[in-house]
Design a protein around this ligand. Structure first.
Ligand SMILES: N[C@@H](CCC(=O)N[C@@H](CSC=O)C(=O)NCC(=O)O)C(=O)O
Length: 283
């Protein structure tokens, strides 16, 4: 395997949950990602579903808490779950807060001097990682989809909207839907992209929906009604729905009674999301 070191390998639901590390050219550091290989890979190439995690996560949260492997085995999909930022790159302040720097790459390519060399998660997710996965694993490169949670839900929708046709489907759990209008997004975008808010719009799902000119994307979003970050106005799903309605973009938002922002919520509805993606990946 070119440029890949196996870190762990566990059999689960008949497949192999592996973690690899590699030297990233975009991020200029060692990165890890989880990859689940379903039993179907023994018979041939299969589609890939990328998962983007939220603030504070590494590649471990999704692979150990979401329970996704069972459904990836059922539908014959590879799952790829990368880390959420560069690690240990030696930028002053990189570990100071949970919502900026390490664990909080926000899936953008930073333009600000201090961050721009390493904080290139957008290019990592849309270019380097798919190329690495397709070169080393039995994928069908033109059958890939993307989903994520919170900061990762934002990342998944943004990556799909900025690259029409690259992903066959997209879905999200409690995404940060309109980062230019919430505290998390304003802090991250000011730090990575600077004070010109025009540049922020390039990474905001609501703004990008108004510019999108590709094949229709049927977006599935689950949102817990008891999510504290919903109450704190960090997620703003109504703004996403308004933009989808205005642009006639297909969307299903399911407001889930009593669910919070945690991986318990994700594990509850992960089957529906994998089914949603399988419908498009297997069509
Ligand atoms: N203050 C909390 C916030 C961290 C948190 O809740 N992270 C979520 C994602 S939030 C948006 O991107 C998460 O996925 N956490 C990991 C988990 O396994 O639950 C804190 O510092 O914990």
């Amino acid at each position: 395997m070119v440029n890949l070191q196996e870190v762990s390998n566990n059999k689960v639901f008949g497949g192999q949950q592996k973690v690899f590390s590699h030297q990233s050219t975009e991020l200029k550091c060692t990165m890890k990602f989880g990859i689940f290989l379903p039993p179907a890979v023994e018979k041939g190439k299969v589609p890939v579903l990328y998962w983007l995690s939220g603030l504070t996560c590494t590649e471990q949260n999704f692979i150990s808490k979401a329970g996704a492997q069972k459904y990836a085995t059922e539908h014959g999909l590879i799952l790829v779950a990368p880390d959420t930022s560069p690690r240990g790159v030696g930028i002053e302040g990189e570990d100071d807060s949970y919502d900026f720097g390490s664990g909080a790459g926000f899936y953008v390519d930073a333009t600000q001097e201090k961050w721009k060399t390493n904080y290139r998660m957008y290019s990592y997710i849309t270019k380097e990682l798919p190329a690495l996965i397709n070169a080393n694993f039995p994928t069908i490169p033109d059958r890939q989809s993307i989903f994520g949670h919170s900061m990762g839900g934002h990342g998944a929708i943004v990556c799909a909207l900025k690259n029409p046709g690259m992903f066959r489907s997209v879905s999200a759990f409690a995404p940060i839907s309109n980062p230019t209008h919430c505290a998390w997004g304003k802090k991250a975008f000011a730090g990575y992209l600077g004070t010109d808010t025009k540049a922020w719009e390039e990474y905001d799902s609501v703004c990008l929906l108004h510019k999108y000119n590709g094949p229709p994307i049927e977006l599935l979003v689950d949102q817990g009604k008891a999510d504290n970050f919903l109450a704190d106005k960090q997620l703003l799903p109504d703004n996403l729905i308004e933009a989808c309605t205005a642009t006639k973009s297909p969307v299903v938002l399911r407001m889930q009674e009593g669910y919070d922002h945690s991986y318990f919520f994700i594990a509850t509805f992960i089957e529906d999301h994998i089914k949603h993606h399988a419908k498009f990946l297997k069509a």
